[in-house]
Design a protein around this ligand. Structure first.
Ligand SMILES: [Zn+2]
Length: 355
């Protein structure tokens, strides 16, 4: 274990509102009654079963056995909930627990649209073709906000997601080409030049299978754009050097750029570039790339962060976070936030279908 504070005590690390507390209780009772079932699996990257325990809980104070694989260094939740239990969790508790409120699909769409802008900025310089000639497929696209941004730039876009409601919203309101389903059911007329997976892989119980399907679909000169929360990004204000802030029950794998690259290498991709946020671009390769053992590096990074927390109780990141929250409050209070959001809404309006 990384330290005594990682022992399971049911106490949350972050402040939870009433809705989150009731979701936490609901999940705990389902786990205690054996309604939510767990399963122990071998490491998805190296296939071995030699793990070292790092934590017994997540940021909500929910029981979560987080371990690191001694063979390859992948940090993972193991044992983890079974697929059936996760399906129910995503239907009943996920949104309320993570966001502390019901999020409207419209809000999510706007957030995604501006996220699309960031992705586009990152991709520039590595695009296989001119923007207007690109065909982009997004897996786990929700209402399709990211795709709407790329469509505004002239790209052809298509998306898929398991959530019927979000897909209907993107189709009807923004006239996007979205399908309900997984990659296994995906039917396309042409091969995508870019496949986007933004914050998807860390939720999947079988990411290898999903990546193999993506590889079969992707144009041979195309790219995969993959984004996951980065384990070596604990210096970010929202994590505040605290590994426990990073952990949450819906995430089954906790990647660094190295372990994500190991996973992609295993499925026939090589890294074009990436950072520890993690944002990354991969392309198809026929060469077999060897898995790099990240065990020692990952463990020493986490221990270093624990030491830093000990000697820096008020971290520069905490100060930045307080400053950010205060400015946000001020912007909302003075109406500036509402005003700028209104301008953005007008900008996005052009993506709405003509009546
Ligand atoms: Zn492993």
């Amino acid at each position: 274990m990384l330290g005594p504070r990682y022992k399971y005590d049911a106490k949350p690390i972050i402040k939870l509102n009433g809705l989150q507390m009731s979701m936490k209780k609901q999940i705990e009772s389902k786990i205690q009654q054996g309604h939510y079932k767990t399963e122990r699996v071998n490491c998805i990257i190296c296939g071995e079963g030699d793990f070292e325990q790092l934590s017994e809980k997540d940021r909500f104070g929910l029981v979560a056995s987080v371990v690191i694989c001694r063979e390859c260094g992948l940090i993972q939740t193991n044992p983890r909930l079974s697929q059936e239990s996760y399906n129910e969790f995503y239907n009943d508790e996920f949104t309320k627990l993570i966001f502390g409120r019901e999020r409207t699909t419209q809000d999510l769409f706007f957030d995604q649209y501006f996220h699309g802008q960031k992705i586009c900025k990152y991709l520039k310089g590595s695009l296989p073709k001119e923007l207007k000639d690109l065909f982009i497929l997004e897996v786990g696209c929700a209402a399709g906000g990211i795709l709407a941004y790329f469509r505004d730039l002239g790209c052809s876009v298509s998306g898929m997601d398991l959530g019927q409601e979000a897909v209907d919203f993107g189709r009807k309101k923004y006239n996007l080409d979205l399908q309900v389903g997984a990659l296994a059911d995906c039917k396309l007329n042409r091969k995508p030049d870019i496949i986007i997976m933004s914050h998807i892989l860390e939720h999947l119980l079988n990411p290898i299978q999903e990546l193999e399907r993506a590889r079969a679909l992707l144009d041979e000169k195309g790219f995969m754009y993959i984004e996951v929360p980065g384990i070596r990004n604990l210096g970010r204000a929202q994590y505040d050097l605290n590994f426990l802030h990073f952990l949450q029950i819906p995430h089954t794998d906790h990647f660094s750029l190295t372990t994500l690259t190991n996973l992609l290498n295993k499925t026939g991709f090589e890294c074009v570039r990436g950072n520890e946020m993690v944002r990354s671009i991969f392309r198809i390769t026929k060469d077999r790339v060897l898995c790099r053992n990240n065990y020692k590096a990952a463990l020493s990074y986490l221990r270093r962060m624990e030491l830093l927390r000990k000697y820096l109780p008020i971290t520069p990141f905490k100060i930045r976070y307080i400053f950010e929250v205060a400015s946000c409050w001020l912007l909302k209070r003075t109406g500036v936030y509402k005003f700028t959001r209104g301008i953005y809404r007008k900008m996005i309006k052009r993506t709405e279908p003509k009546k």
